[in-house]
Design a protein around this ligand. Structure first.
Ligand SMILES: Nc1nc2c(ncn2[C@@H]2O[C@H](COP(=O)(O)OP(=O)(O)OP(=O)(O)O)[C@@H](O)[C@H]2O)c(=O)[nH]1
Ligand SMILES: [Mg+2]
Length: 425
């Protein structure tokens, strides 16, 4: 089954917490801090793999989570880093954030990788926070939180040329003659149910990849039939071969057919119509085709389209089409890659300096932490301005919030190192 669009959930691992611990041994009573650091949380990494051709595997597994880093331990023991999670996707997969629909990444080459979510950093253990004044810090950093996203994976095939046209006009026949591909060919509509790729061994220039885009009918761009789903695969193609049944085997007017298909392209994405397009008037082995071929030429050549008479089934005229396409492609050497328009998917910054709040027997709230300690040293709390600055610091660092969580009320006393004050909002 060909699946080219899925929605999944991905979550990076959080960092492990730093530990609070003190060296303990016989005969040593006041050992120094030896709390180890937390380990790093696992990344979520996408990697393009040419052995995959569809997003089918994601039908069964829709959530990918990296593990959290281990917490730090005693005796300077660092917590283990978590392993990264690698997710394989087919070459040509575009990753979008579901909520904003912004492109997070586009993986266009085999082996290409992107770290979509970074794991959270581990927190530092209390051994890092000892200062000459505070030799026994009772605080350690918490690990940083990683991120979680709902994302959409969309496969947009990597093909240089798209073969478009109504059902049953001979698209797959052309692909089978011009390339190594071996698609099913039959005299009914929607014989081809998923895009096929083939490589053209090009004697006029570089080899290139051609895709047979099935299912295009009138109204495809509004979601009629499967065609709409497949239009995403022509978004990277640099040129089109528009196959039309010049023999009008089914009684349609070939001129109207061309216009209808081009309208679908335009409705889906107007830029598609700007791309070079050659018309292959097919089934020229049938006598009725000649007249229509002349009509197509008369109508479309003045508009700048080149029209080639071919008989895909008997392999006639195909060389001329390939030669022309080869010329066109030599002007477009670069692959079409979608620009990433999403930047903020690195880890969350909650770089809160660690602190602790404890309470003395007589109900004084004691705040300790390496940041507040420094703050006290640097700020002249005696001045009104200095005190306001200090208050803002307490608020920004989440200390006020933490005090309130502990149940502080207006008028209660707070001790921060040598600073003793009453709490008022
Ligand atoms: N007479 C004649 N018949 C052709 C030619 N090319 C294709 N056909 C026939 O047209 C029918 C449809 O061909 P396909 O290649 O399957 O057409 P398609 O455009 O891929 O069709 P879908 O996959 O249904 O969209 C088959 O019976 C082919 O044998 C041709 O040049 N001349
Ligand atoms: Mg087909």
């Amino acid at each position: 089954m060909f699946i080219d669009k899925v929605k999944i959930k991905v979550k990076g691992g959080n960092g492990g917490n730093g530990a609070v611990s003190f060296y303990r041994a016989k005969y040593i009573t006041n050992g120094g801090p030896d709390g180890g650091d937390g380990g790093r949380g696992g990344d979520i990494i996408f990697i393009a793999d040419e052995s995959l051709t569809t997003l089918m595997d994601f039908r069964y597994k829709r959530t990918f989570k990296a593990n959290n880093g281990e917490d730090g331990g005693k005796r300077n023991c660092s917590g283990k880093d978590a392993e990264d999670v690698y997710i394989k996707v087919p070459v040509g997969t575009v990753i979008k954030e579901a909520a904003s629909n912004k492109i997070m990444a586009d993986l266009t080459g085999h082996g290409e990788e992107v770290v979509l979510i970074k794991g959270g950093k581990g927190g530092k253990g209390n051994q890092h926070f000892a200062t000459p004044v505070r030799q026994a810090p009772r605080y350690a950093e918490r690990g940083r939180t990683s991120k979680e996203y709902d994302i959409i994976l969309e496969l947009k095939l990597i093909a240089d040329v798209g073969i478009i046209g109504f059902p049953n006009v001979g698209k797959s026949t052309l692909l089978s003659m011009a390339t190594n591909a071996n698609p099913k060919i039959a005299n009914y509509h929607f014989t081809t149910l998923a895009p096929n790729l083939g490589v053209v061994r090009n004697k006029w220039g570089k080899d290139f990849v051609m895709a047979d885009i099935p299912g295009l009918i009138e109204g495809a761009s509004e979601g009629i039939g499967l065609g709409f789903e497949f239009l995403r695969h022509v978004e990277r193609t640099k040129a089109f071969i528009h196959v039309v049944d010049a023999a009008a085997v089914e009684g349609n007017d070939p001129l109207a057919d061309i216009e209808k298909i081009n309208n679908e392209l335009k409705t889906y994405n107007p830029a598609l119509l700007e791309r070079p397009q050659v018309i292959a008037a097919n089934k020229m082995d049938i006598p009725e085709a000649s007249e229509n071929y002349e009509r197509i030429k008369a109508q479309y050549e003045p508009m700048g389209y080149k029209v080639f008479p071919i008989s895909a089934a008997s392999n006639e005229g195909i060389g001329e089409v390939i030669e022309e396409i080869s010329k066109i492609l030599s002007n477009y050497p670069e692959d079409i890659v979608f620009e990433t328009d999403y930047e903020e998917y690195s880890e969350v910054e909650i770089d809160k300096e660690p602190f602790t709040i404890s309470m003395t027997d007589d109900g004084v709230y004691v705040v300790e932490g390496v940041g507040v300690e420094k703050m006290i040293g640097y700020t002249s709390i005696d001045t009104e301005k200095g005190f306001a600055f200090f208050q803002r610091y307490l608020k920004d660092k989440g200390i006020i919030e933490a005090l309130e969580e502990k149940g502080i009320r207006e008028g209660d006393t707070v001790l921060i190192y040598d600073l003793l004050f009453d709490y008022y909002k």
